[in-house]
Design a protein around this ligand. Structure first.
Ligand SMILES: Nc1ncnc2c1ncn2[C@@H]1O[C@H](COP(=O)(O)OP(=O)(O)OP(=O)(O)O)[C@@H](O)[C@H]1O
Ligand SMILES: Cc1ncc(CO)c(N)n1
Length: 273
């Protein structure tokens, strides 16, 4: 251990919603950044009253306040990678897209959060098109789950080949530079299998399937870990592979708290010491 008292660390920004239960959203993102030794900053888009059973209430933050948080971080601290999560409405998506343009945000990971596993609506119905047209084309990578990939591609997804077709469609029609269709919502062993497509390479990314009911926050953790690895200097596909390993470990150490779906656990690096 060296005795330095100050250090320069990579910085990542999450633009996402707060989850009072601490399993997803800003709370999962900041924890993920911290466990990668990346300094986490945040722009909160909405406050959810949420626990392991579901989402009870959502209060959006005014778009100007979201912009002010992003600018406060950029103008002073500087950021190496950004992820977006729950953006809730088209006004916030538009404001975020304008900042991506104005600040020339590069390493942008867009997790197109639409609906929670428990079925709660996390994006207004009329906001999908704004996400599609204004934000996703500006991202380095978009990471839809099965349900979100069906909406963005207008294709049904029931098999690995369907996931591949959806990834191609989202790349071509939504003009996403790279797409990761996540398999957490698939059946059986396909949970844990993701499809990567960047217009050149189609890859099937597989980690071991973890059998647990406690998987709240997998998507947020994955996109935050991708941003963390980008901030640390990994290239995109390497960052995705590294992030996937992190999620698999976090699922293996998921927390059995609450009466419903508990969150993935981030303490495994400490527990294994
Ligand atoms: N049971 C599992 N075993 C192994 N990996 C899993 C499992 N469930 C999800 N994953 C992985 O977790 C990551 C997130 O995928 P998932 O489809 O769960 O995202 P999501 O639906 O956006 O998550 P969230 O529950 O946070 O909304 C992917 O890499 C996926 O393969
Ligand atoms: C705040 C927030 N962001 C994302 C998700 C998706 O898991 C959630 N449930 N809550």
């Amino acid at each position: 251990m060296n005795s330095q008292t100050t250090s320069t660390v990579p910085v990542a920004l999450t633009i996402a919603g707060s989850d009072s239960g601490g399993g997803a959203g800003i709370q999962a993102d900041l924890r993920t950044f911290a466990f990668h030794c990346v300094h986490g900053t945040s722009a909160i888009t909405c406050v959810t009253a949420q626990n392991t059973l579901g989402v009870m209430r959502v209060d959006p933050i005014p778009p100007e306040a979201v912009v002010a948080q992003i600018r406060a971080v950029y103008e002073d601290i500087g950021v190496q990678a950004v992820k977006t999560g729950m953006l809730i409405n088209k006004e916030i998506i538009t404001a975020v897209a304008e900042q991506v343009e104005a600040l020339q945000i590069q390493n942008l990971v867009v997790d197109p959060v639409m609906v929670s596993r428990t079925g709660a609506q996390l994006l207004d119905n009329d906001a999908v098109n704004t996400l599609r047209h204004l934000l996703i084309p500006k991202a380095a990578i978009v990471t839809p789950n099965r349900y979100e990939a069906q909406i963005l591609s207008s294709l049904p997804i029931n098999s690995l080949d369907d996931m591949r077709a959806a990834a191609q469609m989202i790349h071509r029609n939504v003009r996403a530079k790279a797409v990761l269709v996540k398999g957490g919502g698939m059946q059986g062993n396909l949970r844990g299998v993701d499809i990567w497509f960047d217009g050149h390479k189609m890859e099937t990314l597989t980690t071991k399937h973890v059998e647990t009911k406690n998987s709240h926050g997998t998507g947020c953790t994955l996109s935050a870990a991708i941003a963390a690895h980008l901030a640390l200097g990994s290239d995109l596909i390497t960052a995705v592979r590294q992030a996937k390993e992190y999620v698999t470990s976090a699922l293996s150490y998921a927390l059995d708290i609450g009466k419903g779906q508990g969150p993935v656990g981030h303490f495994f690096p400490l527990l294994n010491k």
